[in-house]
Design a protein around this ligand. Structure first.
Ligand code: HEC
Length: 156
């Protein structure tokens, strides 16, 4: 693909485009899609949900994570649309994941008497570095690393 782009653009521009695009997709996959997919699979296996994706609240949340706002985020990045990548994309993905998908999953687990198992699973996911801002809030350590990242990225 890069060979096609290079017909008109410099190598640097094409590399920058793919670095940015690929990084967005990796963030989406690793931070939200893979964990949610695993949890949804568990919920199906444990009988927390039945029927098709569209017969449960949890199914809809999962569907939207990957095919609604999740798809908008990835297509937005591929087409250089910042508003779709972020405000109609990753912003909604994060909101869904933390405030819809996980709470609904925990609610179903509790109804089935499986709270402990799901608390462990979800806890392990939220303990990862990429979710620290949510778990711990923006404490001093997090703010320090955000500032360091900004400094190195923007050379300010
Ligand atoms: C036939 C020539 C041509 C090819 C091939 C091409 N582009 Fe472009 N590209 C352009 C032109 C011309 C513009 C400017 C369009 C405009 O400003 O309206 C552009 C704009 C862009 C922009 C937006 C730049 C900006 O600063 O707004 C990006 C990013 C880009 N192309 C990436 C790519 C990538 C990635 C590929 C390969 C998948 C590619 N282009 C293939 C001609 C091409």
């Amino acid at each position: 693909m890069k060979a096609v782009c290079s017909q008109c653009h410099s190598e640097q521009k094409v590399d920058n485009f793919y670095t940015q695009f690929d990084a967005l997709v990796v963030t989406y996959n690793e931070k939200f899609a893979k964990p949610a997919k695993k949890l949804y699979g568990m919920a199906k296996k444990d009988g927390l949900v039945h029927g098709s994706t569209f017969h449960t609240e949890l199914g809809w949340h999962w569907w939207e994570l990957w095919h609604h706002e999740g798809r908008r985020a990835r297509h937005g990045a591929s087409m250089q649309g910042p508003d779709y990548t972020h405000w109609h994309g990753m912003y909604d993905v994060a909101h869904n994941f933390y405030f819809k998908f996980i709470p609904e999953l925990m609610h179903l687990a509790e109804k089935k008497g499986m709270s402990e198992k799901y608390k462990r699973e979800v806890g392990a996911i939220l303990a990862r570095p990429e979710h620290q801002w949510y778990e711990k809030g923006f404490d001093q350590d997090v703010m320090k690393s955000i500032k360091a990242e900004e400094k190195s990225r923007y050379k300010q």
